[in-house]
Design a protein around this ligand. Sequence first.
Ligand code: PGA
Length: 233
Amino acid sequence: MALIIGNWKMYKTIEEAIAFVERVAPRVGEGQEVGLAVPFTAIHPAVEAAKGSPLLIGGQNMHSAEEGAFTGEIAGRMLVDAGASFVLLGHSERRHIFGETDEMIHNKLKKAVEVGLRPVLCVGETLEQHRSGEAKEVIAHQLHAATEGVADLSSLVVAYEPVWAIGTGETATPEWAVEMHKRCHEVIHAPVLYGGSVKPSNAADLLARDEIDGVLVGGASLDPESFLEIVGG
Ligand code: PGA
């Protein structure tokens, strides 16, 4: 069964989130694995709106500390308190816009596991690394750096998202994605999602591959109808 996660990024008010969940939740079948990583303000209302459905709600980031003087940050246990069941970690926008390092992501991953959040660890190479043939090394390094020494990785999910394919409309070919997913599977025992310009028109082809265990959908998860097409297809 494929795992399909929408990443709303910094989009949607509480009212918009509730309307979306009310439209989508009843269409998620028992046994289907579907999640939405929503803005912090929408977590609790989305969890309430999804009650009685298997739709999972998660966060898009967290801090690695238990609590503390970290203005503007959010703790893993606060996400749990709001009803989140998973959290995206190391998304390329966090790495490249907000300067998250491998070490920060490692600490976040450890904490997420400790507080009972399912970590969705995002890895991926930049266009430059892609062109210079370093992609496989880069993702193996990112995977090792984030997970080394973490005692319990049983709930871990990996998302392979080539940076050059995120929000660009340029999807990796399924063949490229398969190659990279194989590498992820060699390095770590966890389901691996593909992310980067996944749309209703290409999702089925990606999901048909044995090595691709699901998809992480950004832009196309903002519209309930296109998200439902991906979930259903
Ligand atoms: P995109 O984003 O589907 O809009 O390319 C994917 C992501 O950033 O997770």
